[in-house]
Design a protein around this ligand. Sequence first.
Ligand code: ASP
Length: 344
Amino acid sequence: MPQAEPDLNRRILVLYVGGTIGMRASADGLAPQRDLPAALAARLAPWGGQLPLFSIQTFADPIDSADATPADWLAIARHIADRHGRYDGFVVLHGTDTMAYTASALGFLLAGIDVPVILTGAQVPMEVEGSDALDNVVSALTFAACPALAGVGLAFDRVLYRGCRATKVSSSDFAGFGSPNHAPLARLDPDLVVDEAALPRPDGTEPAFVIPEALDARVISLRVVPGLPAALLDAILDMAPRGLVIECYGSGTVPSVDGHMQTFLERLVRRGTVAVALSQAAHGGIRLGAYAAGSALVKAGVIDGRDMTFEAAFAKLHHLLAQDLPTVMVRTVLARNMIGEIRE
Ligand code: ASP
């Protein structure tokens, strides 16, 4: 992998939106604090000339990322889009629990952005001895200052993943993230090494990103399980979701639920819900139609989500459903690679 140099003259905006990285103990357990910028700036001071120029802001009310909603993704995307042009890169300090969702959503909302937008966080609060926070912030700033990188990435434990391919793999290890179906984009080893083969290849035809007014479509998920009750399928139909992510077994099989699954899927798709199938297996994705036990999905017109992560499929549905496109167009674009979220 070729070595790359961060450009230390780049100006980076660091945005704290919440998460363990800036949390402090409270009577109810760890909770976000507002005074992270000053504390973080003090800790980064000894790094002096080794980091790019940066300023740190706290975004609105920092939250535990368990409380993040698609409206929060939109607000972060707007904040960045409004400042695009004034900074050469962005670092978003975010809770790890839903960081992969936000990374995917920002990937779609800011598609084609020409500067790095790097999300990171920590497993242990910055003010606790032995925390991974500072190391992750330093890595994220280094990636954000690298001229060879652009677009949304997620940096953790010195590895940079493509945002729409990343997923949380550990709730305790410092190596908390992975991208099971895509090679990491870069790492600090200890110098910055970029895997050029894994980088997105813009061809100049990318449209400028447009941030939608709202991101509020009803998108839900169904994880199939042994003994899945038919009543759950009925309840989903009653909810009339606009989008449904179905987490199938292995390469794309679902239980027949005594014939209910077929009827459910056909009714669902006929009523206009855009349904996409993914695999519960972390690696490999699905191959719809490989097994008879997956034929109900094919017959009903469920989209083959191939090797997308759950987070990417969920965020992509939100993004597409926010654009007032005809359902047939949402289905077509959902099945296609947009920002590197699906293997070509
Ligand atoms: N619950 C925290 C959050 O996602 C966990 C973390 O940041 O690691 O905000």
